[in-house]
Design a protein around this ligand. Sequence first.
Ligand code: CA2
Length: 144
Amino acid sequence: MHLLVINGPNLNLLGIREPDIYGRGTYNDLCRRISAHAEACGATVEFFQSNHEGAIVDRIQEAYQVVDGIIINPAAYTHTSVAILDALKAVAIPCVEVHISDVDAREAFRKVSYVALVAEKRFAGYGFDGYLMAMDYLIETYHS
Ligand code: CA2
């Protein structure tokens, strides 16, 4: 199974600020943990991080007929982006939404998620483990 992990704006700054909310691990630490888990599961994984909505839309479109599952933390675009929602709908690739923090326990605006309208599952508030849980879900559900 070939998976794409997409991270949205400012997640490249993980470990630099707000460790009480997002932990002390860096973006590279996150990618290393996901890669190790993918290898243990016999899956392959590629990573994409961008601070730009259109770049994320482009990357989702490029995944069409190439990628078997998408794990996405759209960060702030979770709460605003119809464009990312539409791209995920268009490619029709099984998709799981991940948030490091428990978005439902924070400000009211973080309770809104456009991506939730297309994602099959959401893991929020589990820190980096949420990405691994998303991977397990996709492998259990779609690996034949
Ligand atoms: O909890 C999550 O994973 C979020 O997607 C993170 C987003 C936030 O806008 C969402 O509501 C929830 C923000 C990511 C910002 O990442 C930072 C990393 C280091 C320092 C500051 C921000």
